[in-house]
Design a protein around this ligand. Sequence first.
Ligand SMILES: Cc1ncc(COP(=O)(O)O)c(C=O)c1O
Length: 393
Amino acid sequence: MADHLMATYGRLPVAFTRGEGAWLWDGGGKRYLDALAGIAVCGLGHAHPRLREALCDQAGTLIHTSNLYRIPVQEALGDRLCAAAGMDRVFFGNSGAEANEAAIKLARLHAHRRGIEKPEVLVMENSFHGRTLATLSATGNRKTQAGFEPLVQGFVRVPYDDLGAVETAASNRPSTVAVLVEPIQGEGGVVVPADGYLAALRALCDRFGWLLMLDEIQTGMGRTGRMFAHQHDGIAPDVMTLAKGLGNGVPIGACFARGAAAEVFGPGSHGSTFGGNPLACRAASTVLEVLESERLAERATGLGTRMLDAFRAGLAEVSGVEQIRGRGLMLGIQLDRPCGDLVPHALEQGLLINVTAERVIRLLPPLIIDEQQADAIVDTVVRLVRDFLGDAM
Ligand SMILES: Cc1ncc(COP(=O)(O)O)c(C=O)c1O
């Protein structure tokens, strides 16, 4: 069937031909409720009328020029996103991994300018930052790295949500220049750190003169109930990366910087052929407008709380369910055993879910779902989990 595609993905045997809102249809006309949104990408759902209109208009006007020239729609998007994020400057690429590559390069250049020859970036165990060589080296998952050695040097790993380990690293690793961290670990299993973790990291970065670099690729764009997850903590990063929900499916990534970090890159430091082209920037501008005008982050808070409460009620005292956690519409249900088999079971029932870190059911529905859809997701997942764990209702 897919003989000429490199076998990089273990794909489910279904192909979707059409989408609308939180619904997808396969070629046979079967309808599925999408509780994954292309892994936190389609926050506005599928075929959103305002995005469709903007993209058709832009495709009929200008898709691409080059960063050799000014791109007004990129400049306008930069202004709007920086205002929303409290950042000073942004570099646009095409994916999450590229956004993180830019952040890592920025940290190194910043350090070299300060006379640190072999800068090191603190990264977390169980993290995920992408599949390029530098970002897989930063990623805290041996499976992602295996076979691709030698890895890129200059990363020091500490456990997530462990401030003591960061302080120890500070005394042992004098060449540390930055911390790269996800506000909530996504691929690692929807791991929510203790309250105050990001604020304490901010304080440590200030104390040691490090850059706080937040990977908001999965948590950004309204997903956790604020436009950016760190806004729950009332702190400001020095560097922040975005992708996924930024373009609602049109590839775009972004690396933001604030203060001194925003002045690090100059002409020739970094670049991308496609990055920030008119089509991608028009998509992201429209996504931002819709998120703001439809108050989708607030919606994520309300629906997320509703779903968490319903999961906690529906799975209370079911043995085998270890923890139910999340923030906004980024939800995880951790079981005591590997549960990848739930994904095809859910598909049969017309529901798209994901399992990550082997035993965490991850739900990342579009932010536009309504209450009935949220309840339908919970009902189906509760039933599937109970069946899977042999706990009849
Ligand atoms: C937190 C985080 N960073 C980076 C990435 C990599 O993004 P991309 O697949 O667009 O390169 C992902 C993708 O899952 C992610 O969740």
